[in-house]
Structures are given as structure tokens and as C-alpha cells.
Design a protein around this ligand. Structure first.
Ligand code: HEM
Length: 421
């Protein structure tokens, strides 16, 4: 099977080289043109031009497809399985698409830096994205690059302007709303408290609404967001979900969040307190479906990611009381020299907690073009349409550059200005 095409290539290239030899009358060209031809038209036999990704074996490929199709695994589970067995650069076929998994911070960094413009799209199936109202809509999975750029500018402007205001709101939330409402002696779930906090901040700070003070309204928001995340997992990659019995339930979750976002839009228009809602008028053609999806995505992005990160940080502090004591001493010690020492320590604490428990464990992209990148010990090639997964959770646990990677050590970022990725 393999010999036959190889033989044809050999004969044709010999002829090609022969003709060149006689035209240019230079002996060395004869061999050079043969090799050029061979390498150009059959890259699979060229040891220098092929991608150095390891292809996972047939059985593993089947296991990955089966587990993702039946949602026993999410993409982060798949990455963990592959990187443990095949190392920092591996590839598989997922539902007919070539996917490369990168678990190395240097390769991810080089790839994202050098090819960011050709890696603007994310992979996912179009039918699923449509049901999620994400197909060419909103921000997070919007593969219409012009529309994404336009919507991204709106989000960036909101977040740049909103940070200080959110800081003030959160101070007052902890002192006047949260502290008096906690009933000492009764069980309190830290995760629930933190979820209430981030939902309130998003509603008040970003949408200009205070209706979220009603617990039932807030609980409805949390449940609707949680259900939409389940629908997202269901629809994003799995093909032909129509044949599955959960289809209707997940469609309802998608409708529920859309109608919640419509309610938010209507209420925010009457209170007129939100710069984000005001700026959404800049969405192209003032398309209401785009506007509603942007509200949905601000809710998704701003609530669970932050509350979960704070939750895991508090768990890590419980397991490592010496770090908490060090911070508490610094905060309560009146002779603490500068407040930026405290801020630095808090930042280090969150870096370390996000490293150990990544709430955003993977970044997914799709090549808009053929791309190749060479490094000292790798050669990565993507063809147009290939998917690439940056396994952030996996690379955060690599010994390079994180020595004793499993250890919780916020002081590892005290590097005197040197940035650790
Ligand atoms: C610890 C908290 C957070 C984590 C771990 C986190 C993580 C992530 C990750 C991994 C992505 C995907 C990046 C990519 O594919 O390039 C993302 C995107 C995004 N995040 Fe966050 N995030 C957090 C908090 C927030 C907050 C508080 C907001 C807004 C209030 C936010 C807004 C966004 C937006 C708008 C995007 C989409 C960006 C785009 O597609 O251009 N995130 N986040």
C-alpha cells in the first residue's frame, strides 16, 4: 500500500531531477531537486517538516471519542488522559476533526504570541452553537471575527471602567449586606455566599439593577446560569444530539437564560444605570439577539469563574493555615509598611490557587489558516480547520517552571520582578 505511491513519487522525481539536470547541467542539482520534490509533495516522509506531535493510538482515539460523545469526559479530562500518556504535544481525531493538545507553557506561549491572529476562532459544532445561541453571536464563541471584535470592544470598555466601581460596591456588600445576614451558629455554605456575592456584583455593578437583592430572584439567576453551563457541555461538541433524550431539557435551559437576559435588558433600560447596557447599543445593526447574548455571556463570565476561584482559595487556605496566618498578620499589623505588600500577597495567593485549581482549565482554538511553529525540540503544524487545545490545567502542574508543582506555595511568585508564566 505504502510502497506503490512511494515508487511513483520516486520515478516522477527522478524524471523531474533528470530534466533539471540536463537543463542546468549541474550534477548536484539533480539530487537536490529530487529531494525538494520528495519533501514538497510528500511531507509525511520528511522528518524535518512534519509535526512532532505524537498521534494517539487507535484504541485511545476510540476511548476519547466515546467518552466525550457520552459526556463521561469533558475536554479537560481528555487532555489529562492524553498528556499523561503521550506527553506535551499529542494529536487525535475528535468527531472527524484533527485536534492537537498542547501541555507545555513555552509552546503555548510561543504559539499564542506568534499566531494569535490566525487563532481567533474556537472549535465546536455549528448545530450545537446555534442551539446555545452562540453561533456568530455574543463574544465567547463568536467565530464571526468582525462581530467578535466589535462586541469585545464593548466588554473591554465596561471592564476597564467597572473595576474601581466594583471595588467600592464589594466593600459595602461585605460590611453592610453580607456580615449582618450571616447567622452565627447556623450552617453556612461558603460557596453559596460567594455565588450570591458575584451575582449581586454583576447585577448591580454591571447591569445597574438592585432587584437581585431578593433572594428568590438571585437563586433563579444562579440556577439558570448553572443549567446553561450544563447545556453548553451538552451541545458544544456532541454531534447529533437530536437523537438523545436530554436534548429537550437542555434546549429549555438555553431558552430560560435567553428570557432571563431579555428581562435584565428590559429592566436595565428603565433604570438607565448601566454603562454596559448603554454600550450594547453599539452592537452591529443593533441586533437584539446579539445584545441579549452579550448579557448572557457577561453573566456566565463574571459569576461562577470568580466565585469558584475564591472558594478554592479559601479551601487551600484552610489546608495551609500558615499562609492564612501570615496574611492575617500582615493585614492586622499596624506597622505594615505599605498596602501594596498586602496586595502583592493577595495576588500571589490567587495566582497560586488558580494554578493548582484552574477554573478555566483549557483554551480552545481553531486554525484559520495553515500554521507552523518550530522550537528547539518541537515542530508543530496545524492545517486550516484543525483544532488546538491549550491544556492550561496540565501545564500549570508541570515541574518546568513550577518546581514542587503540587505544593501550595504563594511565595513562589516573589521573583523580584521576573514574571513566571
Ligand atoms: C478567576 C476568574 C476567572 C477565570 C479563571 C477566567 C477564565 C477565563 C478563560 C480561561 C477564558 C477563555 C479565554 C480564551 O479562550 O481566550 C475567559 C474568557 C472571558 N472571560 Fe474570564 N475568567 C475569570 C473571570 C472573569 C470575569 C470576572 C469576567 C467579567 C466580569 C470575565 C470575562 C470574560 C470574557 C468576556 C471572556 C471572553 C473573552 C473573549 O472571547 O474575547 N472573566 N475567562
Amino acid at each position: 500500500m505504502v510502497l506503490f505511491p512511494a515508487l511513483i513519487i520516486l520515478v516522477v522525481s527522478l524524471l523531474f531531477g533528470y530534466v533539471k539536470y540536463f537543463r542546468k547541467s549541474r550534477g548536484s542539482k539533480y539530487f537536490a531537486s529530487f529531494l525538494q520534490f520528495l519533501f514538497h509533495y510528500s511531507p509525511q516522509v520528511n522528518p524535518f517538516k512534519t509535526s512532532s506531535t505524537k498521534r494517539i493510538n487507535f484504541v485511545d482515539n476510540f476511548i476519547c471519542n466515546y467518552n466525550v460523545r457520552h459526556r463521561f469526559w469533558m475536554i479537560p479530562d481528555l487532555c489529562q488522559h492524553i498528556s499523561k500518556k503521550y506527553g506535551k504535544l499529542a494529536e487525535l481525531d475528535l468527531f472527524g476533526q484533527r485536534i492537537v493538545v498542547v501541555t507545555d507553557h513555552k509552546i503555548s506561549n510561543a504559539f499564542m504570541t506568534k499566531h494569535t491572529k490566525r487563532l481567533r476562532q474556537r472549535f465546536g459544532n455549528e448545530g450545537g452553537l446555534k442551539k446555545l445561541n452562540m453561533l456568530h453571536t455574543g463574544l465567547i464563541w463568536n467565530n464571526d471575527v468582525a462581530a467578535w471584535k466589535n462586541n469585545r470592544a464593548i466588554f473591554e470598555s465596561t471592564l476597564a471602567n467597572g473595576a474601581r466601581m466594583l471595588g467600592e460596591l464589594s466593600d459595602s456588600y461585605f460590611t453592610s449586606t453580607l456580615s449582618p445576614s450571616i447567622k452565627v451558629g447556623q450552617p453556612n455554605s461558603i460557596l453559596t455566599l460567594l455565588r450570591n456575592y458575584t451575582v449581586t456584583m454583576t447585577m448591580e455593578g454591571l447591569f445597574g439593577l438592585d432587584s437581585c437583592k431578593s433572594p428568590s430572584w438571585r437563586d433563579n439567576v444562579k440556577a439558570t446560569v448553572g443549567n446553561y453551563f450544563k447545556a453548553w457541555e451538552f451541545f458544544l461538541l456532541t454531534p447529533n444530539t437530536e437523537q438523545l433524550e436530554e436534548e429537550e431539557r437542555h434546549k429549555k435551559f438555553c431558552h430560560a437564560i435567553t428570557s432571563l437576559s431579555r428581562q435584565i435588558l428590559a429592566s436595565a433600560k428603565t433604570t438607565n444605570q448601566s454603562k454596559f447596557i448603554e454600550d450594547l447599543a453599539l452592537v452591529k445593526a443593533n441586533d437584539e439577539n446579539q445584545i441579549v447574548q452579550c448579557i448572557t455571556e457577561m453573566l456566565l463570565a463574571g459569576t461562577d469563574t470568580s466565585s469558584l476561584t475564591m472558594f478554592y482559595t479559601s479551601l487551600l487556605l484552610t489546608d495551609n493555615p500558615q499562609v492564612g496566618n501570615q496574611l492575617s498578620k500582615l493585614i492586622n499589623d499596624s506597622s505594615t509598611p505599605e498596602s501594596n505588600t498586602i496586595e502583592q500577597m493577595i495576588s500571589n495567593l490567587y495566582y497560586e490557587s488558580m494554578r493548582l485549581v484552574s477554573v478555566g482549565p483549557v483554551i480552545l482554538r481553531q486554525a484559520e489558516d495553515n500554521i507552523s511553529l518550530e522550537g528547539p525540540d518541537f515542530n508543530l503544524k496545524l492545517n486550516k480547520g484543525d483544532g488546538i487545545v491549550f491544556n492550561i490545567a496540565g501545564q500549570n502542574l508541570n515541574e518546568d517552571p513550577f518546581t514542587c508543582a503540587k505544593k501550595f506555595d504563594p511565595n513562589r511568585y516573589d521573583t523580584g520582578g521576573r514574571v513566571i508564566p
